[in-house]
Design a protein around this ligand. Structure first.
Ligand SMILES: Cc1cc2nc3c(=O)[nH]c(=O)nc-3n(C[C@H](O)[C@H](O)[C@H](O)COP(=O)(O)O)c2cc1C
Length: 194
């Protein structure tokens, strides 16, 4: 294992993956780090749905008009869910768990990328013969469908859970250069006062 500093210096998002699956052992390590992650009031109310079924992953890749299509290449997708009714910090808890999983994946030589679902929508052209269930479309204004609702439908997620994001994880198809020291916005860091 390299040091955390080295890991953090190398970190980049990966959206292109080889077809090699993520091993069960690696998946377990990734999930274990999420289950050990800090949560507000120690609530630990997140849920995680692991997805390897190519048909489901293909469907998930189409829940947004843009910036979700890369999911289709991933051998593994993990949906990060929270329970807003009982978990006041569900967004923070989910974000901490998601990023922790991303670093664990990287430590295992895997690549990952976050796909935002919370607050995102998909436009369905009027008269579209899309196979998105009408019940989902009808609950949204015009022909705009909540990406979250679509994910909920695909993964049979109960209404009590909200979907924060989907993590694509796999073996990187190509290396990515780390950010150069000169690209770091140190001017965003303030000392003692803004
Ligand atoms: C909260 C959050 C939401 C993101 N949503 C998406 C997304 O929907 N689609 C995507 O391709 N990348 C997404 N990303 C990845 C960012 O685009 C990426 O981190 C950023 O461009 C910086 O690149 P790097 O991670 O390689 O340094 C998201 C990252 C974060 C932290």
């Amino acid at each position: 294992m390299e040091s955390f500093s080295q890991l953090a210096r190398q970190r980049r998002s990966h959206r292109k993956f080889t077809s090699e699956p993520v091993s069960g052992e690696d998946l377990k390590s990734i999930l274990e780090t999420a289950l050990r992650a800090p949560t507000g009031h120690g609530s630990r109310q997140w849920h995680f749905v692991t997805v390897t079924d190519p048909d489901k992953i293909a469907a998930l890749s189409e829940v947004r008009d843009t910036r979700s299509q890369f999911l289709a290449e991933a051998p593994l997708v993990i949906a990060v869910l929270g329970q807003p009714e009982s978990q006041r910090t569900w967004i923070e808890d989910g974000s901490v768990a998601a990023v922790t999983m991303q670093y664990q994946a990287q430590d295992l030589g895997l690549g990952s990328c976050w796909c935002q679902i919370r607050g995102r929508f998909k436009n369905i052209p009027t008269g579209s013969d899309s196979d998105i269930p009408l019940a989902v479309i009808a609950s949204e204004p015009a022909q705009t469908v909540s990406s979250e609702q679509m994910v909920r439908q695909i993964l049979q997620i109960p209404d009590s859970c909200s979907v924060l994001c989907l993590l694509a994880i796999g073996h990187p198809a190509e290396p990515r250069e780390p950010l150069a020291e000169s690209e770091l916005p140190w001017d965003r860091v303030h000392s003692e006062k803004y």
